[in-house]
Design a binder for this molecule. Structure first.
Ligand code: IPM
Ligand code: MG
Length: 357
């Protein structure tokens, strides 16, 4: 029996609600599959931990995570703790030291879900994977504040691109594009206005493209990209963008696919030198915390990405098949999708779907 060690970090807000639903479904799936087992260890890190200990996780917490095969992460953020503290204290404090440099965000319209776009009905017109550079760029953390409170106060936020960082994300994105049927990659940029780092970004894209002659690629300025996503969704397949650009574009993508409550993400260490982390894109959503109506679908989908990464493609496919069966029935739609279902009822529907052949 293959056994995988999973670190569960439910975190804040609806994080614990969706992670417990996810673990329940993964447990049912493992039983049904019979070939593997998940050994889950729970970590209570997050904003509640911060209020008690003054830190989001113990010093060097990421070192504890190295012993695991994967990390299943809920959400981070609380109304009474500044967002930059929760983010840098937990999520980025894990992603960056564990060098999870490729953030992968698939988007497609699941059965039964309606896109706000008029001419988009199924995963045929809108089937994208956004690759987000996850280690540097606008999230490098370089910058500073001085002369605080004075009229001459300055705040800087430097955008850092390194050749090594750009080359590895471009190679990852071209390889992913090659693995998909259309072999089509769009490189997002803003090298008209930003004439240094982004020009290097473009040059490296062109250079790496030479290693992938079978991948068709093009380049889009990020502002024009938002229009193309809305007006010509079928012209896109795999997309690579910098940390902040992809952050923004992936929320747009999630909305176009019907709801942020569905969108999954994987923070990958593609070299497998450290565990990768899997999470729903949505945040802690305190407005609905504790109401039992959080949509667990994103957490199930990211669970499928985790199984795929662990080397369990059969179980991953089974899980996605169950997700599609469940979303196809509007009775399983939570309020974010305009329905009345609850986290509990969607989880039960999933467990039932998993048992079906
Ligand atoms: C995301 C989120 C985070 C980000 C937030 C929670 C800081 O929006 O994963 O897209 O900006 O990276
Ligand atoms: Mg975001």
């Amino acid at each position: 029996m293959r056994e995988y060690k999973i670190a569960a970090i439910p975190g804040d807000g609806i994080g614990p609600e969706v992670i417990s639903a996810g673990l329940e479904v993964l447990g049912a799936l493992a039983l049904q599959d019979g070939g593997f087992k998940l050994k889950v260890t729970d970590f209570d890190w997050g904003s509640a931990y911060y209020k008690q200990h003054g830190v989001m996780m113990p010093a060097g917490g990421h070192e504890q995570l190295r012993a695991f095969d994967a990390i299943y992460f809920g959400a981070v953020g609380a109304p009474d703790v500044p967002d930059h503290i929760t983010l840098w204290g937990l999520r980025l404090a894990i992603c960056q030291p564990l060098d999870q440099y490729a953030n992968v965000r698939p988007t497609r319209i699941l059965p039964g879900i309606k896109s706000p776009l008029r001419n988009v009905a199924t995963g045929k017109e809108l089937d994208w994977v956004i690759v987000r550079e996850n280690s540097e760029g606008e999230y490098a953390g370089h910058g500073g504040r001085s002369h605080r409170g004075h009229p001459q106060e300055v705040g800087t936020e430097l955008v850092i691109f390194t050749r090594a960082g750009v080359e590895r994300i471009m190679r990852f994105a071209f390889a992913l594009a090659r693995s998909r049927p259309r072999k089509l990659l769009t490189v997002v940029t803003k090298s008209n206005a930003q004439r240094n780092g982004r020009v290097m970004w473009d040059e490296i894209a062109a250079q790496v493209a030479g290693e992938f002659p079978d991948v068709q690629w093009d380049k889009m300025l990020v502002d024009a990209m938002t229009m193309r996503m809305v007006l010509k969704p079928e012209s896109l397949d795999t997309i690579v963008a910098t940390n902040l650009h992809a952050d923004i574009l992936s929320d747009l993508a999630a909305a176009l696919a019907g709801s942020l409550g569905i969108a999954p993400t994987a923070n990958l260490n593609p070299d497998r030198k450290a565990p990768s982390m899997f999470e729903p894109i949505h945040g802690s959503a305190f407005d609905i915390t504790g109401k039992g109506i959080a949509n667990p679908i994103a957490t199930f989908w990211t669970g499928a990405m985790m199984l795929e990464h662990l080397g369990e493609p059969r179980a991953a496919a089974k899980l996605m098949q169950a997700v599609e069966k469940v979303t196809a029935d509007a009775a399983n739609h939570t309020p974010d999708l305009g329905g009345k279902a609850t986290t509990r009822s969607v989880t039960d529907a999933m467990k039932k779907a998993i048992k079906e052949p």
